[in-house]
Design a protein around this ligand. Structure first.
Ligand SMILES: *[C@@H]1O[C@H](CO)[C@@H](O)[C@H](O)[C@H]1NC(C)=O
Ligand SMILES: *[C@@H]1O[C@H](CO)[C@@H](O)[C@H](O)[C@H]1NC(C)=O
Ligand SMILES: *[C@@H]1O[C@H](CO)[C@@H](O)[C@H](O)[C@H]1NC(C)=O
Length: 492
C-alpha cells in the first residue's frame, strides 16, 4: 500500500501511448515520513491502494481520433467493490491510446447494451456474486497481480476461461505484470550494500549466514516446513513470527515497518550473505520483493517460487534455487561451502558489474513495459489495463460493424478467451516431504489442497449457471450439488 498521506493527482503530460500520468502531491506530511525516493521502491502499486486516483479528462493519445460524445462510447464496468481507479465520482471518460470509453463502478449498467466489458479484481472475484445472466456481447476482463493463494478459482481451466482479457503476473497473460515488483534495472544493479569483508567480519561475530524474516506462516507454499528442516543443518537467523529464533531489535519491532524499504530495515537485512526467499504461493512467473530485494542489496536469494525464475535473473548465476537440491541438508552443505569460499560467493554478485547483466529478456521487458513502479512519470498498470480493454473493445466493435456491412469481405472478429497459461497455478504441495506422509490433523493439509479443489467446484458451478442462462448467482451451490450428483451417477 502507498505509504504516507498524500494524493496522486493528474498532471498534463506527454504520457507514453497517451495514457495517464500522475504527480505525487504530499500534504500534512508527518516528520517520520520518508522522502518519495526512499519509499517502498518494491511495493507494487497494489490495486487497492489506487482508490484515490483521479484521471486526466481531456488528454488524448496521439493515435486517438475518437470524437464521439460520452453518450456514444462503450462502457466498461468495474465490478469489484471498492476498486475503481478514478476519483471522484463513479464514472469517467477515458481517452486511451487509440480510442475512448466511459468507465464506471455503477452496477446499474450491468445489463446495458452499451456495456461492452466488465472488469474484475481477481482477489475479490466470487462465483456467487458474478454478474448474471452473462450477456453474449459482453466480455469479462481480469486484473490479478496478487498471489495465486488469494483465489485459486482463477487457476482452474473452467475459472480462467470465463475471462476474455487478463492482466496477471504470467508473461502469457494479455497485459503481463510479471516484473511488477522490480522498479528498474538500476535498482538491481545498485552496488552491494555491505561488502563481503564486512559480512565475513559479522559472521565471525556470530551472525548467521542465512536470514529468514517471515510473519505470514500458514500459506499454500508451506515454506516453514522446508525452512524448519533446513535449520537443522545450518544456522538460520529467523526474526519474523514464523520459526522465530531471534528477537528483532527494538527499533525494528514493528513488523508492519519491517516489510518496507526503510533505511534502518534495509541495513539490518543487508548484513546477511543469504536471504531465504520463499513465495507464499508457487506459480510460474509469480515473483515478489522477496526475490528482488536481496538482489538489489547484494545478498544471495535462496529461492523457491516461480519454477521459471531463471528466465528473469540478471545472469546465469545470481540466485540459489532450493529445488535444485535433493534435500535441505544438501542445500545447507552447499551454502556452507559458499559461505567459506569468497571467490565463489562473489560470482553471485558479478551481475552488478558493468556489462555483466546478460539476460536480454529481462532488459527488454523492463524497457518495453509502458507502466512504471513508483514512477510517477509513467502510467500505473491498473489504468494501463483499463485502457487495454477499452482499445480492444473498440477494435472489436469496429470489426463487427465492418463484418455486418460486408460479411464476405470482412470476417467476424475472432473471440478472445483466456486459458490456463494466463494463470494456471498448480495444486499446493507440502514444502517438505509428501502429502501422504503428513498426519491427518496437519494444519496445512486441512486448508490448502481443499481450498484448491473447492475452487474448481465453484468454477464448474459458475460455468453451469452461465450455460443455463441463470440470473441469480446464489444458485451456485445448487448447481455445484447437481454436478456432484451427476458425477456420482456417472453422467460426466
Ligand atoms: C468471451 O469469453 C466467453 C467465455 O469463454 C466466450 O464464450 C466469448 O465468445 C468471448 N467473447 C469474445 C468477444 O471474445
Ligand atoms: C492460451 O493462450 C495463449 C495466450 O493467449 C495462446 O497463445 C494459446 O494459443 C492458448 N492455448 C490454447 C490451448 O488455446
Ligand atoms: C437469458 O436471460 C435473460 C434475462 O433473464 C433474457 O433476457 C435472455 O433472453 C436469456 N437468453 C437466452 C439465450 O435465453
Amino acid at each position: 500500500m502507498m505509504a504516507g498521506r498524500g494524493r496522486l493527482v493528474p498532471c498534463a503530460c506527454l504520457g507514453l501511448l497517451g495514457l495517464l500520468c500522475w504527480v505525487w502531491v504530499s500534504f500534512a506530511s508527518s516528520p517520520d515520513e520518508l522522502p518519495l525516493e526512499q519509499r517502498a521502491a518494491f511495493q507494487p502499486q497494489s490495486a487497492l491502494a489506487l482508490m484515490e486516483f483521479s484521471s486526466i479528462g481531456p488528454y488524448r493519445g496521439p493515435g486517438n481520433r475518437d470524437l464521439r460524445s460520452n453518450k456514444e462510447l462503450p462502457i466498461l464496468l468495474w465490478w469489484s467493490g471498492g476498486l475503481f481507479p478514478h476519483f471522484p465520482g463513479d464514472s469517467e471518460r477515458i481517452d486511451c491510446a487509440t480510442s475512448s470509453c466511459l468507465v464506471t463502478s455503477n452496477r446499474k449498467v450491468q445489463l446495458y447494451k452499451r456495456t461492452a466489458s466488465i472488469i474484475f479484481y481477481g482477489t475479490d472475484f466470487r462465483a456467487y456474486e458474478a454478474p448474471l445472466p452473462r450477456l453474449r456481447h459482453q466480455t469479462w476482463a481480469l486484473f490479478h497481480e496478487e498471489s495465486p493463494m488469494n483465489n485459486y478459482f482463477l487457476s482452474h481451466g473452467p475459472g480462467i476461461r470465463l475471462f476474455n482479457y487478463t492482466a496477471t503476473f504470467r508473461r502469457e497473460s494479455d497485459y503481463p505484470l510479471t516484473l511488477q515488483w522490480l522498479p528498474s534495472l538500476a535498482y538491481l544493479l545498485e552496488p552491494a550494500a555491505v561488502s563481503l569483508g564486512e559480512k565475513n567480519r559479522l559472521r565471525r561475530e556470530g551472525l548467521g549466514p542465512v536470514l529468514y524474516m517471515q510473519s505470514h506462516c500458514d500459506v499454500p507454499s508451506d515454506r516453514n516446513r522446508y525452512v524448519q528442516e533446513l535449520m537443522k543443518y545450518i544456522q538460520v537467523d529467523s526474526y519474523g513470527k514464523c520459526l522465530n529464533n531471534k528477537p528483532l531489535p527494538a527499533r525494528l519491532e514493528d513488523t508492519s515497518t519491517a516489510t518496507g524499504e526503510e533505511d534502518i530495515f534495509m541495513k539490518f537485512v543487508a548484513r546477511y550473505k543469504f536471504h531465504l526467499a520463499l513465495e507464499n504461493g508457487l506459480c510460474p512467473d509469480y515473483m515478489t520483493e522477496k526475490l528482488w530485494r536481496p538482489l538489489h542489496q547484494g545478498c544471495v536469494p535462496v529461492y523457491r517460487g516461480s519454477p521459471a525464475v531463471s528466465d528473469w535473473m540478471p545472469s546465469a548465476r545470481s540466485v540459489v534455487l532450493i529445488d535444485d537440491f535433493p534435500s535441505p541438508k544438501a542445500l545447507a552443505d552447499f551454502l556452507k561451502r559458499l559461505d567459506e569460499d569468497d571467490e565463489e560467493y562473489a560470482k553471485y554478485l558479478e551481475f552488478k558489474a558493468p556489462g555483466r547483466t546478460t539476460n536480454a529478456r529481462l532488459v527488454a521487458a523492463l524497457e518495453s513495459r509502458e507502466w512504471g513502479v513508483n514512477d510517477m512519470s509513467k502510467p500505473n498498470y491498473l489504468n494501463g489495463f483499463e485502457c487495454y480493454v477499452c482499445d480492444r473493445e473498440n477494435a472489436r466493435a469496429a470489426a463487427e460493424r465492418a463484418h455486418r456491412k460486408a460479411p464476405k469481405k470482412n470476417p467476424p472478429p475472432r473471440p478472445a478467451t483466456a486459458n490456463n497459461s494466463h494463470m494456471g497455478c498448480p495444486l499446493p504441495r507440502p514444502g517438505y516431504g509428501h502429502a501422504h506422509e503428513l498426519p491427518a490433523d496437519d494444519g496445512w493439509l486441512a486448508v490448502w489442497p481443499q481450498d484448491y479443489w473447492q475452487s474448481l467446484d465453484q468454477a464448474e458451478g459458475l460455468q453451469s449457471l452461465i450455460r443455463h442462462n441463470q440470473s441469480d448467482p446464489a444458485l451456485l451451490w445448487k448447481h455445484i450439488q447437481n454436478l456432484a450428483v451427476g458425477r456420482a451417477r456417472g453422467q460426466r
